[in-house]
Design a binder for this molecule. Sequence first.
Ligand SMILES: [Zn+2]
Length: 227
Amino acid sequence: MLTTMTENELRKALIATALAMNAAGINRGKSGNVSARWRDAAFDGFLITPTGLPYADTAAGDVVAMTLAGDARGPRLPSSEWRFHRDIYQSRTDVQAIVHAHPPFGTALACLGRGIPPFHYMVAAAGGKDIRCAPYATFGTQRLSDHAVAALADRKACLLANHGVIAVGASLAAALALAVEVETLAEMYWRALQIGDPVILSDAEMQVVLGKFEQYGQPPESKKAQP
Ligand SMILES: [Zn+2]
């Protein structure tokens, strides 16, 4: 999908995704950030939302292009979280887009240092039997990036302790949809915890669900992007 877009179209899609993230209720204000891998004959890196600019006031020219070495191009500074975006693209060839948000329920769980166990089969949408919570580290640091990459191993989403959520995908639309799904699961889990101990699905059952998702649940574009 992304390879058929021009750089300018991808910049606009990035802004539209950031606006959609807030409209969907998984992020508020300027927190959070969105990126998409961008490659052409002269460039190998990613495009990322700039720091400190409301999404409604962000134009295509404000989006920052960064190389995988971490060099930024353009008139704006990149999001302060560019390090984990860069490190995820470097370590995961399957990832074409990243959505980072501070959604209320996912972040509330993350503030308890709790990930999301398989209390519901849709947890498998994030690629595994659970959704991990990465340990806390200061925003913008290499340490936070290292924790995020580790928590995302064999997964497409994770929580960040005392911070927020990361969702990745084979397209901006897929990453955004997964971020919304993770927040839906976080809210269900939070609500279930209010009235008792949620029943946790077994490893064997989650293996069955993951197998079914592998067969039926993947959009064609994410299959194409597998290494
Ligand atoms: Zn953040």
